[in-house]
Design a protein around this ligand. Structure first.
Ligand SMILES: [Zn+2]
Length: 417
């Protein structure tokens, strides 16, 4: 009974919607319809198309226009209702995109049938979700192009954001074989199974807990990300930081793993920022260094691990470097590997002054970006057996970023505008 009544209600609603939309599709137009080439277009009468809406399929009657100069056809009604070159309404597309950002398309197709009485094939769910994701990506790109050249306000403008955090990192996405050609990987034979998606997160912090530790402002995190080069990604993360108030922040903090491409972006775009190497990455490197130096001697390994762990917390990196050099292994090859690891501390020592950072009330762990890599990428894209194209993965990444940044409604509103 429920389902029968729901179907009847939908059918009645569909009739109403059909009538309302026909006024949009064929109403008289005050001004001549123009082609992109500039010519006034000629009316070609009324044409109907079917649109799948949340209330079921409806007929949409709208006027067609053709350009006498270049022959292009336009349906102004489609543009007003946001159904250009698609038979799915914005309401349906939003729903499919939201579901599809979260779950495999086969499941989306089944759940839409049950939850919304919508009959959309797995393949169409994929097309709609990825198509919407690409539109979101295009919207992001247009914003990026505006923001990257935004000038900072004059210095007398008061700064309103206490601390702005910028974190970013890479994470692997499993790819179809043809997307992996020419890409080096971590498999034994040098082959790749994944490509790196670069994910960024920006958030603000004002409050502290009773122990004086910083608390991330609730709902202040926004996310960006795509499979792309560091050269492309630098503008993605920079523009997002500008949008979130880079110029209005009293303090800017980057917490990263210190990889070279990441250091470069911080140095180019966030010059005045406090750059912190994530404490947990630093500890991992420290443990690795201990293994390289004392591998076979567990007692000394543990001794120096504890000793240097404390030095690390104090931010006394020079001491670690000095003592590590005094314990280099005899074997020349082993010593070389150990020197490389010591080099990591040498390069990053100014970014490891943990006691000082702690006293300034700063986050020193990159837990936020690691969680972001999981929520933006891993949860949806790393299920067993999944393989993505760059195009598909980037569309879904755009969707997950816009939704998790609480900006999906904003995306649809600007389309209406
Ligand atoms: Zn034309």
């Amino acid at each position: 009974m429920e389902e029968a009544i729901r179907a009847a209600v939908h059918a009645a609603g569909a009739k109403v919607l059909e009538q309302l939309l026909s006024q949009v599709g064929i109403g008289r137009r005050e001004q001549a319809v123009r082609c992109l080439c500039g010519a006034a277009m000629n009316s070609r009468g009324i044409q109907e198309k079917s649109i799948a809406t949340l209330l079921g399929d409806i007929r949409f009657a709208r006027s067609a226009y053709q350009c006498p100069r270049c022959g292009k056809t336009r349906y102004p009604g489609d543009e007003e209702v946001d159904v250009v070159k698609t038979r799915y309404s914005p309401g349906v597309r939003r729903l499919v995109a939201d579901f599809g950002s979260d779950a495999p398309f086969k499941r989306v197709s089944r759940q839409l049938k049950m939850a919304a009485a919508l009959d959309i094939s797995r393949k169409d769910c994929e097309r709609i979700a990825e198509g919407t994701g690409q539109e979101v990506a295009g919207w992001f790109e247009a914003q990026r192009d505006r923001l990257r050249f935004q000038e900072p306000p004059p210095p007398e403008v008061p700064k309103t954001i206490e601390t702005l955090y910028i974190e970013f990192d890479g994470t692997g996405v499993p790819m179809v074989p043809h997307e992996l050609q020419g890409h080096k990987g971590k498999q034994e034979d040098g082959a790749a199974k994944t490509r790196e998606a670069k994910i960024g997160c920006v958030f603000t912090q004002i409050l502290f807990n009773e122990k004086g530790r910083p608390i991330r402002d609730p709902a202040s995190s926004s996310f960006v990300g795509a499979i792309e080069t560091a050269g492309q990604f630098q503008w993605r993360i920079y523009a997002e930081a500008v949008r979130r108030g880079l110029f209005a922040a009293k303090r800017v903090v980057c917490v990263t793993d210190g990889a070279e491409w990441i250091r470069n972006i911080v140095e180019i775009h966030f010059k005045g920022a406090i750059h912190i190497i994530d404490l947990y990455h630093a500890r991992e490197h420290l443990l690795n260094l201990c293994k390289l130096l004392f591998g076979r001697d567990i007692r000394r390994l543990n001794h120096f691990k504890d000793r240097w762990w404390d030095k690390l917390d104090e931010g006394n990196i020079e001491k670690i470097i000095e003592e590590a050099h005094a314990h280099l292994p005899q074997d020349e090859q082993d010593a070389k590997t150990a020197r490389t690891e010591i080099g990591y501390f040498e390069t990053n020592k100014e970014r490891m002054r943990y006691e000082e950072f702690f006293n300034q009330g700063l986050f020193v762990g990159s837990g936020v970006i690691e969680a972001a890599c999981r929520t933006v990428v891993a949860q949806r894209m790393k299920d067993s057996g999944m393989e993505w194209t760059v195009r598909g993965a980037n569309a879904i990444a755009a969707l997950r970023c816009v939704i998790q940044s609480n900006r999906f409604e904003e995306f649809w509103e600007q389309r209406t505008a």
